[in-house]
Design a protein around this ligand. Structure first.
Ligand code: NI
Length: 183
């Protein structure tokens, strides 16, 4: 990717190919790139607004995610580098999910209710975190992005196709409106 990163990185929308790739691990050689990416990913996420964003969604195929649940409207930014789910509960939980790469689309998704995630923070310190509720769902959703997986992949092919067609139609209308404004 280029070095000419603007302040707010555009969020890629399905069917952008990079969203379907397995992202590569972050190494020490990526430090400068990652340090530039992180504030811009937060800026894009807060502007959307969203509660989580994975690097592939802004065009960087790297194992890096940012999360801020904004609990009690207070910012609590969290960076996870090379995150990995190391344990998951057998108990499942279902909640409505959306995705900044599938704007306007939502579905009930079932996942393990609690997970333990292992990652490196921005300082390179390895951490383990136990998560439940919205936090657990968000972590799993963002790590899925690093493996080219989208929340619609958990739906039946019928439901998935309905949702993807609806997205394509809405994106086409939005693009036409934008073109009209320009002309
Ligand atoms: Ni997403």
């Amino acid at each position: 990717m280029s070095d000419q990163l603007t302040e707010n990185l555009p969020i890629l929308i399905v069917p952008a190919k990079i969203l379907r790739l397995k992202a590569r691990p972050v190494t020490r050689a990526d430090q400068a790139l990652v340090d530039r990416l992180i504030p811009r990913m937060f800026a894009s996420m807060y502007a959307a607004p969203g509660i989580g964003l994975a690097a592939p969604q802004v065009g960087a195929s790297l194992r890096l995610i940012v999360i801020d649940l904004m609990a009690d409207q207070k910012p609590e930014p969290l960076v996870m580098i090379n995150p990995e789910i190391v344990a998951a509960s057998t108990e499942q939980a279902t909640r409505e999910e959306g995705c900044l790469s599938l704007p306007g689309q939502y579905a009930e998704i079932t996942r393990p209710a609690r997970v333990k995630v292992r990652f490196e923070d921005q300082a390179g310190v390895r951490r383990d975190l136990d998560a439940e509720g919205l936090f657990a769902a968000c972590i799993q959703h963002e790590i899925d992005h690093l493996n080219g997986v989208l929340f619609v992949d958990y739906l039946s092919s019928l439901k998935r196709n309905i949702l993807l067609r609806k997205l394509a139609k809405e994106q086409k209308i939005a693009a036409e409106k934008k073109a009209e404004k320009k002309s």
